[in-house]
Ligand binder design. Sequence first.
Ligand SMILES: C[S@@+](CC[C@H](N)C(=O)[O-])C[C@H]1O[C@@H](n2cnc3c(N)ncnc32)[C@H](O)[C@@H]1O
Length: 280
Amino acid sequence: MKNQNQHIENHYHREGLYEEILQKLTEQHLDLNAITRANLAGVDEFHVRGAAVSKELAKSINLNNQIVLDVGCGLGGPCRMLADLYNCSTTGIDLSKEYIRTATLLSKLVGLDNKTTFTQGDATELPYKDNSFSVVWTQHVQMNIPNKEKLYSEINRVLKPGGHFLFYDIFKKGTELITYPMPWANEATHSFLFPVDEMQNTTTKLGLTKVQHTNQTQDGIAFFKTLLPKIKEFGAPKISLELLMGTTTISKHTNLLQHLQDNKLELISGVYKKQEDTLY
Ligand SMILES: C[S@@+](CC[C@H](N)C(=O)[O-])C[C@H]1O[C@@H](n2cnc3c(N)ncnc32)[C@H](O)[C@@H]1O
């Protein structure tokens, strides 16, 4: 597991990421003393459809003033959105030290450091007490984690009774082989895709109740069909996921689009609820 985690951390690592983002903001002639969340939106949400899909997911429950954990938080964009728009107190945890450093500095840059906290750590060994959070949120992380039972049991453990688990993820359909590189892995040995039904079985066994699932695949396909021709013709914008995926951005996006189209992968978001405490 240690080797696997090290591999994942290396996969995402970009040395000096925060400084590179500042450089790109400066090249856009933006005042570094007046940076807003919107200025960062192209890079700080590392999932299909970025900020738009996070805002939709946030509308699926009442998030006002909630205590939220984002598992595999990346650069912390969703944590900042929830802190800013819903006055949530948010904690993000991620394997990548460099992402956590960058997330912390970006929150400071946009003045949201009082409502966001970022910690380096493993989603399968969450360093929090039982029942700590009223909402647990995760987007595009489980594909990097082989031990699904441990992941979802940790999520369930830290969630308060009556709290909600919100997810937006990529799932496998069928058994056919996937072409790599993908945004989360350069090769199959470091990718742990599984079907959404297995996720539902695992979470249900843990005592989480499904509230809803939404298939986001067609919206994801439409997103890539708009984005990819633009990147191919004009190059990626200065503030974009190319800062995280580098020279393989187009092939990763192309492979993902292909498999969403040919039904080998699907994008699903959803909500689960943890049982309320019962009085005996
Ligand atoms: C595709 S990015 C998504 C980041 C973020 N959730 C977002 O949507 O912007 C996947 C993230 O999962 C993190 N990750 C992968 N395995 C993890 C683990 N075992 N524990 C914590 N974070 C993990 C990676 O470091 C990376 O930041």
